[in-house]
Design a protein around this ligand. Sequence first.
Ligand code: ADP
Ligand code: MG
Length: 365
Amino acid sequence: MSNVTVCVRFRPLSAKEKRDIGDNICIQSIDSENFIIKDEKEEGFTFSFDKIFYEESKQADVYEFLVLPIVRDAVNSINGTIIAYGQTGAGKTYSMEGSNILESDEKKKGILPRVVDGLFTCIKTSADSTKYTIKLSMVEIYMEKVRDLFDLSKDNIQIKESKIQGILLSGATEISLSNPAKALQSLSSGIANRAIGETQMNMASSRSHCVYMFTIDQQSLSEKRVKSGKLVLVDLAGSEKVEKTGAEGRLLEEAKTINKSLSALGNVINALTCGTPAKASHIPYRDSKLTRLLQDALGGNSRSALLCCCSPSPSNASESLSTLRFGARARHIKTSPLVKVNEDKGSDKKNGALSGTRDETFEKI
Ligand code: ADP
Ligand code: MG
């Protein structure tokens, strides 16, 4: 059993925060794993996490500590999940994508372009007797609907479960990534489609969850064996409270749905961390599309990491505290990724890809 790795990242104060309340911050660093945060009443709370990335931390620091070990495992067919959580404006997308997914400045590159580099580097250095195929799907979850970001006409993707592959996005476009440049282009087109969809639906990107799913198939050329690893990255919708945003009408409905899926995520974490190890059937994964999609990540066969993004400003202290409490709970989840490499020993398929149609145990939610 291993724990979910939980890290916190504080972004630098924004220009607005500086204008409003000057250079004050509500964070007092103790060391790289512990800090104190003060709430509006100046009451201090100490938190401990696997690593704290303070304002001056680099994109590369976050990648190397939190993500790289999971990338290496995914190439060895152990599933991995990396989730960015936090209020809108806290730095989730900056951490995941960088200021731009096609960023050429090495220092500013976010997790995703580094994952692309990491996957291709791992593959290049592996044995010649193994053939790898990397595929990417990108979906967005908005108002409990899963939309394909590579094909906007597919606006109701179903989440299914197969015995071999675990949780799947049934029918979602999978782009084969032949090289890093192709991978970045694909990510960029998915992100551009997200913006188009948002304009069509009059929605801000902070209102939806964005899911990047890499599948790494590995075929040994000497034996007819196919192994497969899934690497899922999630840029969650903003976790701020509805009251503070002053939402009304459709926006209020939207905010409630988002809060519902994030609270469903909180409920799953509570169920996973309460008392004796609960049976899978008692964990409410099915309460939202988000928790169903993250079922492997949280309860099963996956190495998982959570990046809690926070503002260091006293004006956002209550949101930061709620993010940190969420992260503190998630730290108690135990998963068992190392017991299961996703392997299909009996495959005689020539192309080696694990095919959903071969496995008859699909189940729709
Ligand atoms: P979120 O996705 O959580 O809503 P963003 O990632 O869009 O937030 O960040 C909000 C703003 O803060 C953006 O302008 C972004 O460039 C900036 N920002 C976030 N994190 C950092 C950081 N670590 N260093 C520099 N700028 C950051
Ligand atoms: Mg964002």
